[in-house]
Ligand binder design. Sequence first.
Ligand code: HAM
Length: 429
Amino acid sequence: MLSQVKRNEFSYRAPRGTSDILPREQGYWRYVEERAHAICQLHGYQRIETPIFEDTRLFVRSIGEETDIVAKEMYSFPDRSGAMMTLRPEGTAPVCRVYIEHGMHNLPQPVRLYYIAPIFRYERPQAGRYRQHQQFGFEAIGDGNPALDAEVIDMAWQFYHSLGLRGLWLKLNSIGCSSCRPSYLESLKGYYAERIERLCPDCRRRLVQNPLRLLDCKKESCVDIKESAPRSIDHLCPRCQDHFQSVEKYLALLDLPFNVDHRLVRGLDYYTRTVFEIQPQGEEGAQSTLGGGGRYDDLIEQLGGKPTPAVGFAAGVERIILNLKRQNIAAPVPPQPDVFISYLGEEAKDKAIEYGSRLRREGIGAILASSGRSLKAQLRQANALGMSYAIIIGEEELGEGKVTLRDMVSGEQRQMSFEDAMKSLKEKQ
Ligand code: HAM
């Protein structure tokens, strides 16, 4: 009895940090996804889908052991064979795995790929930060030219623009390559070591384990220190300097209003050279970033492929929708059936079933009334559903072998054969 009560008291809810995307929200989702497909088509990126889970080592190796994502946020579990699996915490590493596994270096380079996929991170949930979110991302693999950085940044910018979003900031930085970064890190470590007493416990750990992450700290005590920290662009080797200058030149050519942000390092370890983020103006803070990306020239090699430069970007769909709403941008309402079929009695119901199916075969969306209601109640239901037309099959219509076609907005209605009603509805489409 007790267990019965307890069972009844429990109410099931979506897990913390996840959400149900209800029909009323679908218009936004569809809108964002359609714009995503459109921008990719314009730029020649092809869709790729990878499994929702991968071998844990793929993410540890690529994202970096000392990052928050790997250290604290992955959904990892042993499968029944004991192999450690992880729900995808980001989309770049799986795409690189695909590139290597499917021998894509044999295709014309760069290979341009995109994905729209769920991402899982065990983060502290708040507005704009979830444990499951959807990412739209694209990757251009196999070309180290700075023109490709500019292509990817422009594509990200034009994507937001095509959604109607305005007032965005584009932040840019270069964090150098494996040959110039070590000297930068030395200088960063030296600077922070002199201020070690003022650092938060996390930053003391970062100082030893992953100094670049020091610039990522959001704690108030560390923010001041961060402001005067050495800048990566002052330590770039000549090739990285040239690369950065070319990216800046191309972005200016494309009229993209970027700012160089010397603190921008991103939260994943695989980046080299260019890193960038797009944020709504006036909203600093990690959970406001609409999207980010950069170059990752060493990653494919780290994962066992040939040395292959690459650059990419990913955007969080939920945050985009949040900003669309903030900017009062309405998403187009997804199309819905136009015709409501109401009927009275069993014989009319048979006709309703048949006519509904015939309309749909002609490409005319139709919904049948629920059984057992008066005609008046059925038409009320049609109004509540926002239907444009109703086909009514009552006793009189049955007797005459006809239907009544009603315009739900004007209230005008006329009896005619079903074939004529269908013709007229087709013309109105
Ligand atoms: P990321 O900055 O970790 O980059 O994530 C990309 C975007 O996903 C963020 O800018 C944000 O809009 C959204 N996002 C991240 N975490 C959450 C969350 N917990 N809740 C809601 N939205 C979130 C990457 O993942 C890289 N793979 C991007 C990339 C692609 N770099 C090169 N290619």
